[in-house]
Design a protein around this ligand. Structure first.
Ligand code: ATP
Ligand code: MG
Length: 560
Protein backbone atom coordinates (compact mmCIF):
# COMPACT_ATOMS: atom_id res chain seq x y z
CA UNK A 1 0.00 0.00 0.00
CA UNK A 2 1.20 3.49 -0.77
CA UNK A 3 0.68 4.46 2.86
CA UNK A 4 3.41 2.10 3.96
CA UNK A 5 5.94 3.81 1.75
CA UNK A 6 5.40 7.08 3.51
CA UNK A 7 5.91 5.84 7.08
CA UNK A 8 8.02 8.31 9.00
CA UNK A 9 10.68 7.05 11.40
CA UNK A 10 8.41 7.23 14.44
CA UNK A 11 5.66 5.37 12.60
CA UNK A 12 8.20 2.70 11.75
CA UNK A 13 9.12 2.31 15.41
CA UNK A 14 5.46 2.04 16.38
CA UNK A 15 4.71 -0.45 13.64
CA UNK A 16 7.62 -2.65 14.71
CA UNK A 17 6.61 -2.44 18.36
CA UNK A 18 3.11 -3.59 17.49
CA UNK A 19 4.34 -6.36 15.16
CA UNK A 20 6.77 -7.71 17.72
CA UNK A 21 4.01 -7.79 20.31
CA UNK A 22 5.82 -5.36 22.60
CA UNK A 23 2.51 -3.52 22.99
CA UNK A 24 -1.04 -4.54 22.22
CA UNK A 25 -1.96 -0.92 21.77
CA UNK A 26 -0.01 2.30 21.84
CA UNK A 27 -0.56 5.34 24.03
CA UNK A 28 0.78 8.81 23.20
CA UNK A 29 0.21 12.16 24.83
CA UNK A 30 0.27 15.79 23.86
CA UNK A 31 1.78 17.64 26.84
CA UNK A 32 1.44 21.43 26.52
CA UNK A 33 2.49 23.76 29.27
CA UNK A 34 -0.52 26.08 29.75
CA UNK A 35 1.56 29.23 29.56
CA UNK A 36 0.40 30.55 26.19
CA UNK A 37 -1.68 29.80 23.12
CA UNK A 38 -0.73 26.97 20.79
CA UNK A 39 1.15 27.81 17.61
CA UNK A 40 1.85 26.09 14.30
CA UNK A 41 4.78 24.17 15.84
CA UNK A 42 2.45 22.66 18.40
CA UNK A 43 0.08 21.74 15.58
CA UNK A 44 2.76 19.48 14.13
CA UNK A 45 3.24 17.77 17.50
CA UNK A 46 -0.54 17.35 17.81
CA UNK A 47 -0.83 15.90 14.30
CA UNK A 48 2.02 13.52 15.02
CA UNK A 49 0.76 12.28 18.40
CA UNK A 50 -2.91 11.99 17.49
CA UNK A 51 -2.09 10.87 13.95
CA UNK A 52 -0.10 7.89 15.28
CA UNK A 53 -2.88 6.55 17.44
CA UNK A 54 -5.43 7.08 14.69
CA UNK A 55 -3.30 5.20 12.21
CA UNK A 56 -2.31 2.43 14.58
CA UNK A 57 -4.28 0.93 17.40
CA UNK A 58 -4.24 3.26 20.40
CA UNK A 59 -5.23 6.53 22.00
CA UNK A 60 -3.79 9.90 22.92
CA UNK A 61 -4.07 11.79 26.20
CA UNK A 62 -4.07 15.52 26.60
CA UNK A 63 -1.83 16.29 29.53
CA UNK A 64 -1.32 19.78 30.83
CA UNK A 65 2.24 20.03 31.95
CA UNK A 66 1.42 22.46 34.72
CA UNK A 67 4.24 21.89 37.18
CA UNK A 68 5.52 25.46 37.01
CA UNK A 69 3.01 27.54 38.99
CA UNK A 70 4.29 30.94 37.94
CA UNK A 71 3.33 31.27 34.29
CA UNK A 72 0.21 29.18 34.01
CA UNK A 73 -3.35 30.23 33.57
CA UNK A 74 -6.78 28.65 33.02
CA UNK A 75 -7.38 30.93 30.02
CA UNK A 76 -4.57 29.04 28.31
CA UNK A 77 -6.01 25.66 29.30
CA UNK A 78 -9.32 26.54 27.65
CA UNK A 79 -7.70 27.90 24.48
CA UNK A 80 -5.53 24.79 24.13
CA UNK A 81 -8.52 22.46 24.40
CA UNK A 82 -10.45 24.55 21.94
CA UNK A 83 -7.59 24.55 19.41
CA UNK A 84 -7.04 20.79 19.53
CA UNK A 85 -10.76 20.13 19.02
CA UNK A 86 -10.84 22.60 16.17
CA UNK A 87 -7.92 20.83 14.51
CA UNK A 88 -10.15 17.76 14.52
CA UNK A 89 -8.68 15.60 17.28
CA UNK A 90 -10.23 13.98 20.34
CA UNK A 91 -8.21 13.03 23.38
CA UNK A 92 -8.95 9.94 25.45
CA UNK A 93 -8.24 11.55 28.86
CA UNK A 94 -7.68 15.07 30.05
CA UNK A 95 -4.89 14.94 32.61
CA UNK A 96 -2.93 17.47 34.61
CA UNK A 97 0.60 16.82 35.80
CA UNK A 98 -0.40 18.72 38.94
CA UNK A 99 -2.85 15.89 39.74
CA UNK A 100 0.23 13.73 40.22
CA UNK A 101 1.87 15.97 42.84
CA UNK A 102 1.02 13.50 45.64
CA UNK A 103 2.34 10.54 43.68
CA UNK A 104 5.45 12.43 42.65
CA UNK A 105 6.07 13.27 46.29
CA UNK A 106 5.97 9.59 47.21
CA UNK A 107 8.31 8.85 44.31
CA UNK A 108 10.77 11.38 45.72
CA UNK A 109 10.52 9.79 49.15
CA UNK A 110 11.21 6.42 47.56
CA UNK A 111 14.39 7.73 45.96
CA UNK A 112 15.53 9.16 49.29
CA UNK A 113 14.86 5.82 50.96
CA UNK A 114 16.92 4.08 48.30
CA UNK A 115 19.77 6.49 49.01
CA UNK A 116 19.31 8.06 45.55
CA UNK A 117 18.28 11.58 46.50
CA UNK A 118 19.33 14.20 49.04
CA UNK A 119 18.39 17.64 50.29
CA UNK A 120 20.97 20.20 49.33
CA UNK A 121 21.30 23.70 50.72
CA UNK A 122 24.09 25.30 48.76
CA UNK A 123 23.27 28.42 46.78
CA UNK A 124 22.46 28.34 43.08
CA UNK A 125 25.83 29.96 42.31
CA UNK A 126 27.73 27.38 44.33
CA UNK A 127 25.79 24.63 42.67
CA UNK A 128 26.72 25.95 39.25
CA UNK A 129 30.39 26.10 40.22
CA UNK A 130 30.42 22.60 41.63
CA UNK A 131 28.71 21.26 38.52
CA UNK A 132 31.97 21.38 36.52
CA UNK A 133 32.04 21.75 32.75
CA UNK A 134 31.56 19.34 29.86
CA UNK A 135 35.32 18.68 29.95
CA UNK A 136 35.84 18.76 33.73
CA UNK A 137 34.11 16.65 36.34
CA UNK A 138 32.01 18.34 39.01
CA UNK A 139 32.52 18.22 42.76
CA UNK A 140 30.26 16.84 45.45
CA UNK A 141 28.14 19.20 47.52
CA UNK A 142 29.04 19.13 51.23
CA UNK A 143 25.42 18.02 51.88
CA UNK A 144 25.58 15.05 49.51
CA UNK A 145 26.13 12.42 52.14
CA UNK A 146 23.45 13.19 54.69
CA UNK A 147 21.73 10.21 56.25
CA UNK A 148 18.46 8.93 54.82
CA UNK A 149 16.67 9.89 58.04
CA UNK A 150 17.95 13.45 57.84
CA UNK A 151 16.98 13.73 54.16
CA UNK A 152 13.47 12.41 54.84
CA UNK A 153 13.04 14.89 57.68
CA UNK A 154 14.32 17.87 55.66
CA UNK A 155 12.27 16.99 52.59
CA UNK A 156 9.12 16.80 54.67
CA UNK A 157 9.91 20.15 56.24
CA UNK A 158 10.47 21.60 52.76
CA UNK A 159 6.99 20.39 51.90
CA UNK A 160 5.58 21.84 55.12
CA UNK A 161 6.79 25.30 54.18
CA UNK A 162 9.50 25.69 56.82
CA UNK A 163 12.08 27.06 54.39
CA UNK A 164 12.13 30.10 52.11
CA UNK A 165 12.30 29.93 48.31
CA UNK A 166 15.68 28.93 46.97
CA UNK A 167 17.09 27.80 50.31
CA UNK A 168 16.89 24.06 49.69
CA UNK A 169 16.49 21.65 46.79
CA UNK A 170 16.03 17.93 46.48
CA UNK A 171 18.66 16.45 44.16
CA UNK A 172 19.10 13.04 42.65
CA UNK A 173 22.30 11.34 43.78
CA UNK A 174 23.79 10.05 40.55
CA UNK A 175 27.34 10.97 39.57
CA UNK A 176 29.04 14.38 39.75
CA UNK A 177 31.58 13.22 37.17
CA UNK A 178 29.04 11.93 34.63
CA UNK A 179 29.78 12.79 31.00
CA UNK A 180 26.20 13.97 30.64
CA UNK A 181 25.97 17.19 32.66
CA UNK A 182 22.25 16.57 33.24
CA UNK A 183 23.18 13.45 35.20
CA UNK A 184 25.35 15.38 37.67
CA UNK A 185 22.91 15.26 40.56
CA UNK A 186 20.00 17.06 38.85
CA UNK A 187 17.50 19.01 40.93
CA UNK A 188 14.22 17.15 41.39
CA UNK A 189 12.29 19.62 43.58
CA UNK A 190 12.52 23.34 44.32
CA UNK A 191 10.79 25.53 46.86
CA UNK A 192 8.34 28.08 45.46
CA UNK A 193 5.80 29.68 47.74
CA UNK A 194 3.48 30.37 44.86
CA UNK A 195 -0.22 29.86 44.24
CA UNK A 196 -0.94 27.21 41.59
CA UNK A 197 -3.87 27.51 39.18
CA UNK A 198 -5.21 24.09 40.21
CA UNK A 199 -3.69 23.04 43.52
CA UNK A 200 -3.97 26.48 45.09
CA UNK A 201 -1.67 26.87 48.12
CA UNK A 202 -1.42 23.19 48.93
CA UNK A 203 2.16 22.94 47.71
CA UNK A 204 5.19 25.12 48.19
CA UNK A 205 7.58 22.63 46.60
CA UNK A 206 7.23 21.87 42.91
CA UNK A 207 8.86 19.09 40.87
CA UNK A 208 11.25 20.04 38.09
CA UNK A 209 10.33 19.18 34.49
CA UNK A 210 12.67 16.17 34.49
CA UNK A 211 11.06 14.77 37.60
CA UNK A 212 7.52 15.26 36.39
CA UNK A 213 7.52 14.51 32.72
CA UNK A 214 8.71 10.93 32.52
CA UNK A 215 6.89 10.05 35.73
CA UNK A 216 3.63 11.40 34.30
CA UNK A 217 4.23 9.32 31.16
CA UNK A 218 4.71 6.25 33.35
CA UNK A 219 1.64 6.92 35.49
CA UNK A 220 -0.44 7.12 32.31
CA UNK A 221 1.23 4.07 30.74
CA UNK A 222 2.34 6.12 27.75
CA UNK A 223 4.17 3.81 25.37
CA UNK A 224 5.74 6.37 23.03
CA UNK A 225 6.59 9.70 24.58
CA UNK A 226 7.43 12.02 21.72
CA UNK A 227 9.25 15.25 22.27
CA UNK A 228 11.52 17.64 20.43
CA UNK A 229 15.25 17.27 19.84
CA UNK A 230 16.46 19.45 22.71
CA UNK A 231 15.34 16.66 25.05
CA UNK A 232 17.82 14.12 23.67
CA UNK A 233 20.29 14.72 26.54
CA UNK A 234 17.40 14.36 29.01
CA UNK A 235 16.61 10.85 27.82
CA UNK A 236 19.29 9.32 30.02
CA UNK A 237 17.78 10.87 33.13
CA UNK A 238 14.29 9.98 31.94
CA UNK A 239 15.33 6.33 31.76
CA UNK A 240 17.31 6.41 35.03
CA UNK A 241 14.34 7.73 37.00
CA UNK A 242 11.94 5.18 35.53
CA UNK A 243 14.35 2.38 36.28
CA UNK A 244 15.13 3.45 39.86
CA UNK A 245 11.47 4.10 40.66
CA UNK A 246 10.51 0.78 39.07
CA UNK A 247 7.55 2.30 37.27
CA UNK A 248 6.01 1.76 33.81
CA UNK A 249 8.77 1.84 31.18
CA UNK A 250 7.65 4.62 28.85
CA UNK A 251 10.10 5.42 26.06
CA UNK A 252 11.10 8.82 24.82
CA UNK A 253 11.56 9.56 21.10
CA UNK A 254 12.64 12.84 19.64
CA UNK A 255 11.75 14.65 16.44
CA UNK A 256 12.77 18.04 15.06
CA UNK A 257 10.87 21.21 15.82
CA UNK A 258 9.04 22.77 12.94
CA UNK A 259 9.49 26.48 12.59
CA UNK A 260 7.97 28.81 10.08
CA UNK A 261 9.86 31.58 8.30
CA UNK A 262 8.92 35.27 8.67
CA UNK A 263 7.55 34.62 12.14
CA UNK A 264 8.51 33.40 15.60
CA UNK A 265 7.27 30.21 17.24
CA UNK A 266 8.02 30.57 20.89
CA UNK A 267 5.26 31.23 23.36
CA UNK A 268 7.49 33.59 25.32
CA UNK A 269 8.08 35.78 22.25
CA UNK A 270 4.49 35.59 21.10
CA UNK A 271 3.44 36.71 24.58
CA UNK A 272 5.67 39.78 24.21
CA UNK A 273 3.97 40.68 20.94
CA UNK A 274 0.62 40.48 22.72
CA UNK A 275 1.47 42.29 25.96
CA UNK A 276 3.47 45.00 24.22
CA UNK A 277 0.60 45.44 21.76
CA UNK A 278 2.49 44.81 18.55
CA UNK A 279 -0.52 42.71 17.61
CA UNK A 280 -4.15 42.73 18.70
CA UNK A 281 -4.17 39.67 20.94
CA UNK A 282 -3.21 36.03 20.63
CA UNK A 283 -5.70 35.55 17.82
CA UNK A 284 -4.50 38.46 15.71
CA UNK A 285 -4.70 37.07 12.15
CA UNK A 286 -0.98 37.77 11.66
CA UNK A 287 0.00 35.50 14.57
CA UNK A 288 1.29 31.96 13.88
CA UNK A 289 -0.98 30.75 16.67
CA UNK A 290 -3.71 28.28 15.85
CA UNK A 291 -6.28 30.84 16.98
CA UNK A 292 -4.66 33.49 14.77
CA UNK A 293 -4.61 31.20 11.76
CA UNK A 294 -8.25 30.26 12.43
CA UNK A 295 -9.29 33.91 12.56
CA UNK A 296 -7.28 34.59 9.42
CA UNK A 297 -9.42 31.98 7.66
CA UNK A 298 -7.22 28.90 7.65
CA UNK A 299 -9.08 25.61 7.74
CA UNK A 300 -8.21 22.71 10.05
CA UNK A 301 -7.46 20.50 7.05
CA UNK A 302 -5.03 23.02 5.55
CA UNK A 303 -3.04 23.02 8.79
CA UNK A 304 -3.20 19.23 9.11
CA UNK A 305 -2.03 18.84 5.52
CA UNK A 306 0.80 21.27 6.10
CA UNK A 307 1.93 19.33 9.18
CA UNK A 308 1.55 15.87 7.64
CA UNK A 309 2.96 16.60 4.23
CA UNK A 310 6.04 18.41 5.50
CA UNK A 311 6.94 15.21 7.30
CA UNK A 312 8.82 14.42 10.48
CA UNK A 313 12.51 15.00 10.58
CA UNK A 314 15.51 14.57 12.87
CA UNK A 315 16.99 17.90 11.96
CA UNK A 316 15.42 21.24 12.87
CA UNK A 317 13.76 22.81 9.91
CA UNK A 318 12.55 26.19 8.88
CA UNK A 319 9.47 25.79 6.74
CA UNK A 320 8.26 28.24 4.15
CA UNK A 321 5.21 30.29 5.07
CA UNK A 322 4.38 29.98 1.36
CA UNK A 323 3.92 26.28 1.83
CA UNK A 324 1.25 26.85 4.46
CA UNK A 325 -0.40 29.21 2.00
CA UNK A 326 -0.21 26.59 -0.71
CA UNK A 327 -2.31 24.22 1.40
CA UNK A 328 -4.95 26.82 2.25
CA UNK A 329 -5.27 27.85 -1.38
CA UNK A 330 -5.69 24.21 -2.36
CA UNK A 331 -8.51 23.92 0.17
CA UNK A 332 -10.30 27.19 -0.46
CA UNK A 333 -10.19 26.84 -4.23
CA UNK A 334 -12.47 23.84 -3.82
CA UNK A 335 -14.87 25.30 -1.27
CA UNK A 336 -15.05 29.08 -1.43
CA UNK A 337 -17.87 31.02 -3.04
CA UNK A 338 -16.82 33.42 -5.77
CA UNK A 339 -17.90 36.97 -5.13
CA UNK A 340 -17.05 40.44 -6.37
CA UNK A 341 -15.65 43.18 -4.19
CA UNK A 342 -13.89 46.35 -5.23
CA UNK A 343 -11.20 47.25 -2.74
CA UNK A 344 -9.94 50.54 -4.22
CA UNK A 345 -12.94 51.91 -6.12
CA UNK A 346 -13.27 54.27 -9.04
CA UNK A 347 -16.58 54.93 -10.81
CA UNK A 348 -17.37 53.74 -14.31
CA UNK A 349 -20.37 55.14 -16.22
CA UNK A 350 -21.80 53.17 -19.15
CA UNK A 351 -22.97 55.99 -21.34
CA UNK A 352 -25.15 53.89 -23.67
CA UNK A 353 -26.90 51.97 -20.87
CA UNK A 354 -30.36 53.45 -20.26
CA UNK A 355 -30.70 55.67 -17.21
CA UNK A 356 -32.65 53.99 -14.40
CA UNK A 357 -32.45 50.53 -15.99
CA UNK A 358 -31.12 47.57 -14.07
CA UNK A 359 -30.95 43.84 -14.66
CA UNK A 360 -30.14 40.78 -12.63
CA UNK A 361 -27.22 38.79 -13.93
CA UNK A 362 -26.15 35.44 -12.53
CA UNK A 363 -22.87 34.05 -11.34
CA UNK A 364 -21.87 30.58 -10.26
CA UNK A 365 -20.90 30.16 -6.63
CA UNK A 366 -17.98 27.93 -7.47
CA UNK A 367 -17.07 26.87 -11.01
CA UNK A 368 -14.50 24.39 -9.60
CA UNK A 369 -17.12 21.96 -8.33
CA UNK A 370 -19.82 19.92 -9.96
CA UNK A 371 -23.12 21.76 -10.00
CA UNK A 372 -21.18 24.92 -9.22
CA UNK A 373 -22.55 24.95 -5.67
CA UNK A 374 -25.50 27.01 -6.91
CA UNK A 375 -25.49 30.60 -8.07
CA UNK A 376 -26.41 34.06 -6.92
CA UNK A 377 -27.99 37.07 -8.61
CA UNK A 378 -25.80 40.09 -9.34
CA UNK A 379 -27.49 43.39 -10.12
CA UNK A 380 -26.10 45.39 -13.02
CA UNK A 381 -26.75 49.07 -13.81
CA UNK A 382 -25.45 52.16 -15.59
CA UNK A 383 -22.89 52.99 -12.90
CA UNK A 384 -20.36 50.53 -11.60
CA UNK A 385 -17.46 50.54 -9.19
CA UNK A 386 -14.31 49.09 -10.67
CA UNK A 387 -10.80 48.69 -9.29
CA UNK A 388 -8.70 51.84 -9.70
CA UNK A 389 -5.74 49.77 -10.90
CA UNK A 390 -7.86 48.41 -13.75
CA UNK A 391 -7.69 51.73 -15.56
CA UNK A 392 -4.62 53.40 -17.01
CA UNK A 393 -4.56 56.77 -18.68
CA UNK A 394 -1.59 55.72 -20.78
CA UNK A 395 -1.64 51.94 -20.78
CA UNK A 396 1.45 50.04 -21.89
CA UNK A 397 1.20 47.31 -24.53
CA UNK A 398 -0.42 44.10 -23.27
CA UNK A 399 -2.50 45.94 -20.70
CA UNK A 400 -5.74 44.01 -21.05
CA UNK A 401 -7.96 46.10 -18.86
CA UNK A 402 -9.17 49.65 -19.48
CA UNK A 403 -7.56 52.72 -20.96
CA UNK A 404 -8.69 55.09 -23.71
CA UNK A 405 -10.01 52.92 -26.56
CA UNK A 406 -9.38 49.60 -24.76
CA UNK A 407 -11.93 46.83 -24.32
CA UNK A 408 -12.41 44.43 -21.46
CA UNK A 409 -15.06 42.03 -20.20
CA UNK A 410 -16.97 42.70 -17.01
CA UNK A 411 -17.21 39.39 -15.16
CA UNK A 412 -20.60 37.70 -15.63
CA UNK A 413 -21.76 40.71 -17.69
CA UNK A 414 -20.82 42.56 -20.87
CA UNK A 415 -17.82 43.71 -22.83
CA UNK A 416 -17.16 47.43 -22.43
CA UNK A 417 -14.94 49.87 -24.25
CA UNK A 418 -13.42 52.92 -22.62
CA UNK A 419 -14.18 56.19 -24.45
CA UNK A 420 -13.08 58.90 -22.06
CA UNK A 421 -12.39 59.79 -18.46
CA UNK A 422 -12.87 62.72 -16.08
CA UNK A 423 -10.21 64.33 -13.90
CA UNK A 424 -10.52 66.56 -10.87
CA UNK A 425 -8.61 69.84 -10.33
CA UNK A 426 -5.63 67.91 -8.92
CA UNK A 427 -5.36 65.76 -12.00
CA UNK A 428 -6.75 62.58 -10.40
CA UNK A 429 -9.00 60.42 -12.54
CA UNK A 430 -12.44 60.38 -10.89
CA UNK A 431 -14.68 58.74 -13.47
CA UNK A 432 -14.36 56.52 -16.51
CA UNK A 433 -16.83 56.59 -19.35
CA UNK A 434 -17.48 53.47 -21.40
CA UNK A 435 -19.92 52.06 -23.90
CA UNK A 436 -21.16 48.51 -23.60
CA UNK A 437 -22.01 45.93 -26.27
CA UNK A 438 -25.54 44.62 -25.57
CA UNK A 439 -24.93 41.42 -27.60
CA UNK A 440 -21.82 40.46 -25.58
CA UNK A 441 -23.60 39.22 -22.45
CA UNK A 442 -21.71 36.38 -20.75
CA UNK A 443 -23.10 32.98 -21.70
CA UNK A 444 -24.99 34.35 -24.74
CA UNK A 445 -22.31 36.39 -26.47
CA UNK A 446 -22.93 36.83 -30.20
CA UNK A 447 -20.83 39.96 -30.59
CA UNK A 448 -17.84 38.22 -32.13
CA UNK A 449 -15.60 40.55 -30.11
CA UNK A 450 -12.45 39.08 -28.62
CA UNK A 451 -11.03 40.52 -25.41
CA UNK A 452 -8.29 39.21 -23.19
CA UNK A 453 -9.05 40.80 -19.81
CA UNK A 454 -11.91 40.18 -17.39
CA UNK A 455 -12.61 42.63 -14.60
CA UNK A 456 -14.69 42.48 -11.45
CA UNK A 457 -17.16 45.23 -10.61
CA UNK A 458 -20.01 46.16 -8.29
CA UNK A 459 -23.13 48.12 -9.28
CA UNK A 460 -23.03 51.56 -7.62
CA UNK A 461 -26.67 51.81 -6.45
CA UNK A 462 -26.59 48.20 -5.15
CA UNK A 463 -23.14 48.18 -3.56
CA UNK A 464 -22.69 47.75 0.19
CA UNK A 465 -19.65 48.98 2.04
CA UNK A 466 -17.35 46.80 4.09
CA UNK A 467 -14.04 47.01 5.87
CA UNK A 468 -11.35 44.79 4.39
CA UNK A 469 -8.16 43.86 6.22
CA UNK A 470 -5.16 42.78 4.20
CA UNK A 471 -2.32 40.97 5.90
CA UNK A 472 1.28 40.39 5.04
CA UNK A 473 4.18 38.65 6.78
CA UNK A 474 4.46 39.80 10.39
CA UNK A 475 8.24 40.15 10.08
CA UNK A 476 10.52 41.36 7.33
CA UNK A 477 13.19 38.84 8.28
CA UNK A 478 12.96 35.12 7.62
CA UNK A 479 14.29 34.36 11.07
CA UNK A 480 13.65 37.42 13.22
CA UNK A 481 14.87 35.71 16.37
CA UNK A 482 18.24 35.06 14.78
CA UNK A 483 18.83 38.66 13.79
CA UNK A 484 21.03 41.02 15.72
CA UNK A 485 19.20 43.00 18.37
CA UNK A 486 15.57 42.58 19.33
CA UNK A 487 13.38 40.36 17.17
CA UNK A 488 10.67 43.01 17.40
CA UNK A 489 12.84 45.44 15.44
CA UNK A 490 12.02 43.31 12.40
CA UNK A 491 8.24 43.68 12.50
CA UNK A 492 6.82 44.45 9.07
CA UNK A 493 5.17 47.90 9.32
CA UNK A 494 2.89 46.92 6.44
CA UNK A 495 1.76 43.64 7.91
CA UNK A 496 -1.77 45.03 8.28
CA UNK A 497 -3.51 47.32 5.78
CA UNK A 498 -7.08 48.33 6.60
CA UNK A 499 -9.40 49.40 3.78
CA UNK A 500 -12.39 51.10 5.37
CA UNK A 501 -14.37 51.67 2.22
CA UNK A 502 -14.48 48.65 0.00
CA UNK A 503 -17.60 47.97 -2.09
CA UNK A 504 -19.08 44.50 -2.04
CA UNK A 505 -21.78 42.96 -4.18
CA UNK A 506 -25.13 42.80 -2.39
CA UNK A 507 -25.11 39.05 -1.77
CA UNK A 508 -22.02 39.52 0.41
CA UNK A 509 -24.07 41.66 2.76
CA UNK A 510 -25.49 38.31 3.95
CA UNK A 511 -22.03 37.02 4.84
CA UNK A 512 -22.65 36.92 8.61
CA UNK A 513 -25.84 34.95 8.08
CA UNK A 514 -24.11 32.62 5.63
CA UNK A 515 -21.41 32.03 8.22
CA UNK A 516 -24.01 31.07 10.81
CA UNK A 517 -25.48 28.58 8.36
CA UNK A 518 -22.07 27.20 7.50
CA UNK A 519 -19.14 27.96 9.82
CA UNK A 520 -16.77 26.98 7.00
CA UNK A 521 -18.14 29.62 4.62
CA UNK A 522 -15.29 31.39 2.85
CA UNK A 523 -15.16 33.59 -0.24
CA UNK A 524 -12.92 34.16 -3.14
CA UNK A 525 -13.11 37.84 -3.99
CA UNK A 526 -12.47 37.47 -7.68
CA UNK A 527 -8.89 38.45 -8.54
CA UNK A 528 -8.26 39.64 -4.97
CA UNK A 529 -7.80 36.52 -2.88
CA UNK A 530 -9.61 34.38 -0.34
CA UNK A 531 -11.52 36.11 2.45
CA UNK A 532 -13.50 35.29 5.56
CA UNK A 533 -15.77 37.27 7.84
CA UNK A 534 -13.95 38.59 10.90
CA UNK A 535 -15.40 38.38 14.39
CA UNK A 536 -15.29 42.19 14.64
CA UNK A 537 -18.22 42.33 12.20
CA UNK A 538 -21.50 43.79 13.42
CA UNK A 539 -24.90 43.86 11.76
CA UNK A 540 -24.22 47.10 9.90
CA UNK A 541 -20.45 46.90 9.66
CA UNK A 542 -18.94 43.89 7.94
CA UNK A 543 -15.25 43.17 8.29
CA UNK A 544 -13.43 40.73 6.00
CA UNK A 545 -9.98 39.26 6.50
CA UNK A 546 -7.87 38.29 3.55
CA UNK A 547 -6.64 34.79 4.30
CA UNK A 548 -4.30 34.63 1.35
CA UNK A 549 -3.85 36.13 -2.09
CA UNK A 550 -4.74 34.04 -5.14
CA UNK A 551 -1.16 33.68 -6.25
CA UNK A 552 2.03 33.48 -4.32
CA UNK A 553 3.21 37.09 -4.25
CA UNK A 554 6.33 35.97 -2.41
CA UNK A 555 7.29 33.37 -5.01
CA UNK A 556 10.32 35.35 -6.13
CA UNK A 557 11.57 35.61 -2.58
CA UNK A 558 11.22 31.89 -2.16
CA UNK A 559 13.14 31.09 -5.31
CA UNK A 560 15.89 33.51 -4.43
P1 ATP B 1 7.45 27.13 23.27
O1 ATP B 1 8.91 27.35 23.15
O2 ATP B 1 6.67 27.70 22.16
O3 ATP B 1 6.91 27.53 24.61
P2 ATP B 1 7.40 24.51 24.26
O4 ATP B 1 8.07 23.32 23.72
O5 ATP B 1 7.94 25.08 25.51
O6 ATP B 1 7.29 25.58 23.13
P3 ATP B 1 5.15 23.10 25.26
O7 ATP B 1 3.84 23.61 25.72
O8 ATP B 1 6.06 22.53 26.26
O9 ATP B 1 5.86 24.29 24.48
O10 ATP B 1 4.95 22.10 24.04
C1 ATP B 1 4.03 21.05 23.98
C2 ATP B 1 4.50 20.06 22.97
O11 ATP B 1 4.63 20.66 21.70
C3 ATP B 1 5.86 19.52 23.34
O12 ATP B 1 5.87 18.12 23.17
C4 ATP B 1 6.79 20.21 22.39
O13 ATP B 1 7.90 19.42 22.13
C5 ATP B 1 5.92 20.42 21.15
N1 ATP B 1 6.36 21.58 20.38
C6 ATP B 1 6.51 22.86 20.79
N2 ATP B 1 6.99 23.63 19.82
C7 ATP B 1 7.15 22.85 18.73
C8 ATP B 1 7.62 23.07 17.38
N3 ATP B 1 8.03 24.27 16.96
N4 ATP B 1 7.64 22.01 16.55
C9 ATP B 1 7.22 20.80 16.95
N5 ATP B 1 6.78 20.53 18.19
C10 ATP B 1 6.74 21.53 19.08
MG1 MG C 1 7.99 23.65 27.23
Amino acid sequence: MSEEKSLNFIEEIVENDLKSGKYAQIVTRFPPEPNGYLHIGHASSICLNFGLTQKFNGYTNLRFDDTNPVTEDTEYVESIKNDIKWLGFTWENEFYASDYFDTLYTYAVKLIEKGLAYVDEISAEEMATLKGTPTEPGKDSPYRNRSTAENLDLFERMKNGEFPDGSRTLRAKIDMAHVNMLMRDPILYRIKHTHHHRTGDKWCIYPMYDFAHGQSDAIENVTHSICTLEFIPHRELYNWLIEQLEIYPSHQYEFARKNLNYTVTSKRKLLQLVTEKYVNGWDDPRMPTISGLRRRGFTPSSIRNFCDRTGISKRDNLLEYSLLEFFIREDLNKTSWRRMAVLDPIKMVITNYPEGQEELLHGENNPEVEGHDGERAIPFSKELWIEREDFMEEPPKKFFRLGPGLMSRLKNAYIVQCDSFVKDADGNVTEIHCTYFPDSKSGEDTSGLKVKGTMHWVSVPHAKTAEVRLYDRLFTSEEPDREEGDFKDYINPESLVVLKNAYIEPDLANASKQLEENPDRRYQFIRKGYFCVDKDSTEDHLVFNRTVTLKDTWAKEVLR
